[in-house]
Design a binder for this molecule. Structure first.
Ligand SMILES: C[C@](O)(CO)[C@H](O)COP(=O)(O)OP(=O)(O)OC[C@H]1O[C@@H](n2ccc(N)nc2=O)[C@H](O)[C@@H]1O
Ligand SMILES: Nc1ncnc2c1ncn2[C@@H]1O[C@H](COP(=O)(O)OP(=O)(O)OP(=O)(O)O)[C@@H](O)[C@H]1O
Length: 286
């Protein structure tokens, strides 16, 4: 009963992000190419027999009831038919609110793990559907393959972008996703492309226009990084990824960054590290 299972909860990149229109409910129609990073929070789960969900490691600035880890676990609670509980701990390394999808990733890791540990036997499609109400990026983390996404990000077609090395840099600003999507400056009519036109070189992140206009720090960092290698914002920012030909090149560019810029180097991967670890968890559970 007291075995602890540990799973990675990775970051995602939006290799491009096109805004194609606005729906009547105010949400935006997007086309995006998702890839995972081999850079993750670590979530540890210990089964209990007390029928309770316990978060052992609160996250600074996030109330327990709002924590996507707890919300994901509570969503599955009514679906179990036993007295199992769960004790959850997280080692958070992903910057929050940077466009890396950390909260959605945490929620997806919990959905995937509890589906196994609580023996719920839900298909991935069902977990992705449940997860969408927690965040637009939950389905991609639940499905676990790099993908071209449409809708609000829930219609997924598997894709295989090059698995290159990235330098990911976070300007010292906090950007609200809602603020970006509500901005009058957001281009909202990028022509839809087909899944056969995924070359990232000729693509863009439409949110970059808004963010670089309103946050000069982001514009400045992006301009600096573009001098070294192709660079773009992920999600609604503010993190910027720089595509490098090697780990060494990424580290060399990182060494040039100003001291106040948080950054990390990671490899792009087309299978989520969570899913590789889940296979091991399943074997251990027997
Ligand atoms: C931009 C992406 O990171 C792309 O991967 C995601 O679509 C954002 O997903 P997220 O952070 O989970 O965002 P949500 O919490 O679902 O939405 C925050 C707010 O952004 C706006 N929003 C979000 C997604 C979308 N397709 N259209 C929107 O207009 C809505 O006002 C919403 O209230
Ligand atoms: N487990 C969690 N981890 C991170 N953030 C969480 C979590 N639970 C709730 N949140 C809230 O969600 C907000 C967004 O966090 P997240 O790191 O997912 O943003 P993001 O990377 O910008 O996501 P996206 O790319 O989907 O816009 C945080 O500012 C925090 O208030």
């Amino acid at each position: 009963m007291n075995t602890t299972y540990t799973l990675p909860s990775p970051a995602k990149l939006n290799l491009f992000l096109h805004v194609n229109g606005r729906r009547p409910d105010g949400y935006h129609e997007l086309q995006t190419l998702f890839q995972f990073l081999d850079y993750s929070d670590t979530i540890s789960l210990t089964l209990t027999d007390d029928n309770k969900i316990t978060l052992a490691t609160p996250i600074d600035g996030v109330a327990e009831a709002d924590n996507l880890i707890v919300r994901a676990a509570k969503m599955l609670e009514p679906l179990k038919s036993n007295n199992l509980g769960i004790n959850i701990a997280i080692n958070k390394v992903l910057p929050m609110g940077g466009g890396l999808g950390g909260g959605s990733s945490n929620a997806a890791t919990i959905l995937l793990a509890l589906n196994e540990l609580w023996q719920l036997k839900l298909p991935l499609e069902k977990l992705a559907e449940l997860g969408l109400s927690l965040g637009a990026d939950v389905p991609i983390f639940v499905r676990g393959f790099a993908a071209f996404a449409e809708g609000v990000g829930e219609q997924l077609v598997p894709a295989e972008p090059a698995e290159c090395w990235y330098l990911v840099s976070k300007p010292e600003v906090h950007i609200s996703t809602q603020e970006v999507f509500q901005s009058d400056d957001l281009p909202r009519n990028t022509k839809k492309i087909s899944a056969f036109e995924l070359n990232t070189d000729h693509r863009q992140n439409d949110c970059e226009v808004v963010v670089t206009k309103h946050y000069p720090e982001v514009a400045k960092l992006l301009a600096t990084l573009l001098e070294y290698a192709p660079s773009r914002m992920t999600g609604t920012g503010a993190c910027i990824f720089t595509a490098c030909t090697s780990e060494q090149e990424a580290c060399d560019i990182q060494a040039q960054l100003p001291n106040n810029i948080e950054s990390f180097v990671a490899k792009g991967v087309n299978q989520s590290p969570t899913h590789s670890a889940l296979e091991t968890l399943r074997k251990n559970l027997g």
